[in-house]
Design a protein around this ligand. Sequence first.
Ligand SMILES: Cc1ncc(C[n+]2csc(CCOP(=O)(O)OP(=O)(O)O)c2C)c(N)n1
Ligand SMILES: [Mg+2]
Length: 786
Amino acid sequence: MLQALESRAGAEQEIVTQERIACLNALERKVLWLSTWMIHNANHVRPNRDGLKVGGHQASSASVATLMTALYFDVLRPQDRVAVKPHASPVFHAIQYLLGHQSREKLEQFRAFGGAQSYPSRTKDGETVDFSTGSVGLGVGMTLFASMAQDYLRLKQLVPTDDPPGHMIALAGDAELDEGNIFEALLEGWKHDVRNLWWIIDYNRQSLDAVVSDRLFGRIDAMFEMMGWRVVTLKYGRLLEAAFARPDGHHLREWIDACPNSLYSALVYKGGEGWREHLHRDLNRYPGIRAILDDHDDAALQRLMTNLAGHDMESVLDAFHAVADDRPTCFIAYTIKGYGLPFAGHKDNHAGLMNLDQMASFRSNMGVAEGVEWDRFAGLDLPAERLSDFLASAPLARTDRRWHGAEPVPVPPRLSTPRGARLSTQEAFGRILGDIAARDSALADRIVTTSPDVTVSTNLGPWVNRRGIFDRAERADIFREEKVVSAQRWAMSPQGQHIELGIAESNLFLQLAALGLAGPLFGTRLLPIGTLYDPFIKRGLDVLNYACYQDARFILVATPSGITLAPEGGAHQSIGEPLIGLAQPGLVGYEPAYADELAILLRWAFEEIQREGGQSVYFRLSTRPVEQPSREIPPDLEDAIIGGAYWLREPDEQAELAIAYCGAVAPEALAAHRELAEDIPAAGLLAITSPDRLHRDWQAARTAGKVSAVERLLARLRPHAPLVTVGDFHPGTLSWLGAVAGNRIVPLGVDRFGQSGDIPDLYGAYRIDANAILDAAARACLLTLR
Ligand SMILES: Cc1ncc(C[n+]2csc(CCOP(=O)(O)OP(=O)(O)O)c2C)c(N)n1
Ligand SMILES: [Mg+2]
């Protein structure tokens, strides 16, 4: 009796499984059709006004249709988060459309203004996108750091832990693994014992230009295994496995295993006839192979020989569902670029688009009549209601809310200003943070710091000493236990609030991106602060841009900077970074000179990174101790410091000259101004805390027909009065000020590589000292007199 019941249950289960697979197979066809049609529509149907190719990666999309259908309609749970390879955007949008989360209009406008984006974008496509992608490799790395962010929140019980953690999933193109950032991330992940991570590699063995080297992938699985990952290879589908099981079938397996990537791809493109010719030539001596060839006409032979596991729904589902633990897992899914399309396997297919004839025959294969191209189920061999019910039952269909709302973290009205006659902005930063760390507050609990091996040298020490280093496990501070004296405590635990990274700026920015999206991704805000040396922003610049592009919010503290790091010399000198601050959307750059300015700006930054429509904040700080002004800061001065500039010495009405300085050169500007006062008593001294903020507000005011802060400030001067600008950065950072009100600009700054020295020598040699400012002022006055 029991046996009978069990076998009936087994049979019912089998029917359910078959039904599920039938629905998924049908939907996979629809995903392929919709993604292909979306691109075709954009290129051939929609009017084209500028003659530019619209493009859109039909081959790359076809390659992942099976994998993504399986994931989105069956495997993914609401807490899972996915980075989709950039050029699978059409597949992604098609899937969201089928789930009811994307509109037909957006698909019709794919790659057009306001339409579905060419690469999945959090900020433009909205809630459906977990991680933006576009610059290859970065979405993949992002998932690893998102997993670390998830651990950080869960281990501290900052998010509910009743549900199992989400899988952080990257659907990666195989050529993405050429990007160095992937390996930097892998090493860091290993150190931090990263969990719940799936990287699914669409192993179509093609990149943009051509077919990729055979030698590479022999190493890839070993490398993942070395980092503690499970590697699941999905190589052959069920048809091929059945053929291998036939008499002599193992020869067929060996033949494919040994087939070079280029030949395999070329034969995929050529089709049944091509396969037959080669198999006949190489394996005809085996009767079993002859039988296989006889049993398959050209179309069937093509179907058989291209039956890779990444296109075999059952194999794909089995592989995904078999993973039951949190060990990071790499799925190497063999696929064919352009699978099911006429240019499948062709080495030039990356940017290939089907022509009108090819589309006509593809359309007839897909059974989609004219006029019903956007229909969700047209041409499928299952009833629409069945498919519709199936889709509605997918876990991701139940809600269109993918992002969490997260309560803001209250910021106190003031941060304490470090006192001292002489302070550097870097020291002030360390002390402000140390002071926050010492008190109990919501702000202190939500700050998380991270640094690529420059924690101590960027002055995060006081913070780390109080708040500890984060690790999944408790790890003792051995030096401390052994009573070896050190100023730094280095114990680690899940309570720690500093994430120590190895030296890889790319990882720093990915970690900041992930922590800076903790609110929408996991439901609790974090206030991330990353520190690094200013010149090495450039090392991670594309990643910084990536973080800003998806509106991650964080504070970046870059120190030391410029030639002011003096003895450290030219290799560590930054020049153009303030221009990065100026040009980078989503990031506002500040370079304060004094501790009291920094205390105001840091407080403001904690609010700014939480503000709807706000942005991340970059502080360029210095190690140079500078004499501090003794002053109280009234509210209007506070606003001006945040607004980017204020008169440190007010000019007289209609003044003939002013000096505008920014950052660590404040003492030189003050000295020059003092001396100048003997000749031009009315001259002003403009303290600029943010060239970036000034410039942005000026631009915004112009379009809004308003008067900007910088216009109001410069209006104090006589029209065309000369303005000597100075900072330890490229002179172009401030020379645009001349366009605001027509002042004649004499821009001082650094535009050559630096070298070791002390500040007097270097400032003199690079012409940003008081003498240089006075010379510039004299020259400027002469010029205007003429
Ligand atoms: C950093 C970066 N460099 C170059 C490109 C241009 N690019 C787009 S796709 C691609 C090749 C991708 O190949 P693969 O990852 O194997 O994807 P698939 O074969 O699935 O299309 C390149 C070089 C890019 N998007 N990002
Ligand atoms: Mg590829």
